[in-house]
Design a protein around this ligand. Structure first.
Ligand SMILES: CC(C)(COP(=O)(O)OP(=O)(O)OC[C@H]1O[C@@H](n2cnc3c(N)ncnc32)[C@H](O)[C@@H]1OP(=O)(O)O)[C@@H](O)C(=O)NCCC(=O)NCCS
Length: 138
């Protein structure tokens, strides 16, 4: 565990589905999915290289999921920070810890896609290189 300001960040840190579903609903302005609808623990156990939790006084204030191809590519998904904890560097630190976790596992590339409004965050603040990419709805 390591501290940055008031928050503590843990690679593959413990979390409950209820915590992440609550954070997800707030961050992405969705309904609160039930633990049966959206089983984050099962999802991360089966499909993630890792994830990072951010906590302030034990409360989950941020989360990011890192998926991978089992080799050298990792993908950043589901980055979320509680509204009250935003603009304090929590998002940047979650990305940095996720990148370090992927690097330590032998990954060479971390991918992310995002809406234009978040370009400043990902490129200027987090250090991603702008690139072209494709997306297909299935
Ligand atoms: C995007 C998000 C994770 C950023 O978390 P954060 O802890 O506030 O970010 P940080 O404090 O580390 O970085 C702040 C910088 O990021 C940018 N930024 C942060 N949130 C932003 C937003 N919602 N829209 C545009 N830029 C944003 C700003 O450039 C800001 O720096 P500035 O104040 O100097 O301009 C957070 O706003 C969030 O959870 N949003 C909803 C979910 C989401 O969109 N996730 C990303 C999916 S790709």
């Amino acid at each position: 565990m390591s501290g940055s300001g008031a928050a503590s960040y843990v690679w593959r840190g413990a979390f409950s589905n209820t915590e992440v579903n609550g954070l997800h609903a707030q961050a992405f302005e969705t309904k609160v999915y039930s633990d049966e609808d959206w089983d984050w623990r099962r999802l991360t156990d089966r499909h993630s290289l890792g994830w990072v939790t951010a906590r302030v006084d034990e409360m989950l204030v941020g989360f990011v999921n890192i998926a991978w191809d089992g080799y050298v590519h990792a993908w950043l998904q589901d980055l979320m920070v509680e509204v009250a904890a935003r603009k304090k560097g929590v998002g940047q630190r979650l990305v940095a810890e996720g990148a370090e976790g992927a690097r330590s596992a032998g990954c060479e590339w971390l991918h992310v896609d995002f809406e234009p409004a978040l370009e400043r965050f990902y490129v200027k603040k987090c250090g991603f290189r702008p690139t072209t990419a494709g997306l297909m709805q299935l």
